[in-house]
Design a protein around this ligand. Sequence first.
Ligand code: PEP
Ligand code: MG
Length: 557
Amino acid sequence: MKILNGIAGAPGVVFGKVLYFDKKSECSNEISIDEAVEKCLEKVRKMYDKALSDLGEDKAKIFSAYEMLLEDVMFTGPIKELIETGKTPIDAVTEVSESMSSILLKKESEYLRQRADDIINVGNMIKEALCGADSDFTMPDGDDKYIISARELTPVDTMLFDHSRLLGFVTKEGGATSHTVILAKSIGIPAVVGVSELDEMTNLKEAYLDGYSGKFLVEPNDETKKIYDKKVCEEAEFIKSLETVKQHDAYTKDGERIKVAVNIGKPSDLKGIENQSFDGVGLFRSEFLYSSSKGKPSVHEQYEAYKKVIDLVYPNSVTIRTLDVGGDKQLKYFNIPKEENPFLGNRGIRLCLSNEDIFTEQLKALLMAGADKKLKIMLPMVTRIDEITRARQLLEKAKKELILENVAVSENIELGIMIETPASAIMAEVFAKHCDFFSIGTNDLVQYIMSADRGNSAVEDIYNPYNPAVLRMINKVINDGANAGIEVSICGDLAANTDFTEILLGMGLKKFSVPLPMINRIKKKISDINLSSAQQLTKDVLSAEDENEVIKIMRKG
Ligand code: PEP
Ligand code: MG
């Protein structure tokens, strides 16, 4: 038996056969650098579309970054220059990608250091293409599931696997925020990374992978088997215990009905929802329609996608968020000027209001899709009242135009806003008079309250949802909404974190909206909580002075 230690990346304990993912290293059949780059471009564009439809926009983003790099003459130009001086194409790619990435590796920012990995990954892809060694990996025939072990798994590699046949990932390289870990979490399998002693000898051997402790136990002996079979059973029991809440509405232990809705990024995210009890869709991010490589969606294409979800979820309601691009999400046809601070620039509702034609097309598709059914329209990134009133005017205008054309439209659509900027949270009491509902977007709210970029791991200790400033703000919004008699939900990641369930209930939250894989964990957690003790815990937490005190109080409670 071999016990290999690494970093616990994604939770879960599994047992199964290991498949070592080995890339060909021999070089044959050389092609030109231009052909190799073209081949890679084709591949990453395909990967982008596959990731977009399988995993959503967030996970697909990495492939558009690869595409940009492959199209960037600042990257390919120096490679070609070196080839002209007599270097082999492989050496030229190695030299340029290593020197570019070493500059980034010296940066303090973790974010920029991770971009260094992206350059190396793209360089390796070009080298594989130059060698003709980029043949697609296929899993062995049959239905068996495997623990995939590898030196490292790039985003391109992970797209080669049939996700339904994966038990877990274990890699020699990588850290807690690597792509391997992100992907493992989104498909719900364990991952252990940074296992320095991992090699191809693990191929086809039996092993346990423990995503809680970061252990990879290859060819386990009888004693380990006894211990670990128990852990695998306990994990299965825990997952099974979630079945008890699956088909029921969520109630606290003392009988308060709490709504738990789902967040989706595209209609197919509702796959597997058939026997699941849930309170509609609390957040439908509409960006996926706009970010496909095919370009701007027609009104009809949008109508079809919205209607599919509205019909599927009926009689529950669907909250569709209008287009939320800008910031780190760019669209070629939107022509957003380059900004120094895109997260503080032209994004969300600001961009829609300065592109009224595109916004009106979306509103028309929504009005048509919502005819006869329950639909809520939600505006992102609101900071001022006039954004709500202008959006409402445009909605009314779109409605009149459709009625004049004899098109059936929804008569009672609710219009609400995301509370994800400090301005909207501070003004919640006033904004509530202009809205039918609020949904708190904690992902952005935390970043703007704490002035710390949500995607920059160099400031991840400051981007901290446990900070009392964040919790007091959330508490204020929940109370302002309740006093105004409008619905308040939370659809940011905080809603799916069971650490926060009790205090959110204590604050008076009545609706959570979470990704589908998390729905039963949240329902189960709610069913274990007594509202009166939650209220006391919340009171204590809200008087804490910093995040450490918050965590101390929460864990005790
Ligand atoms: C949020 O900001 O919390 C949110 C749900 O929106 P997104 O993550 O799409 O910005
Ligand atoms: Mg947001």
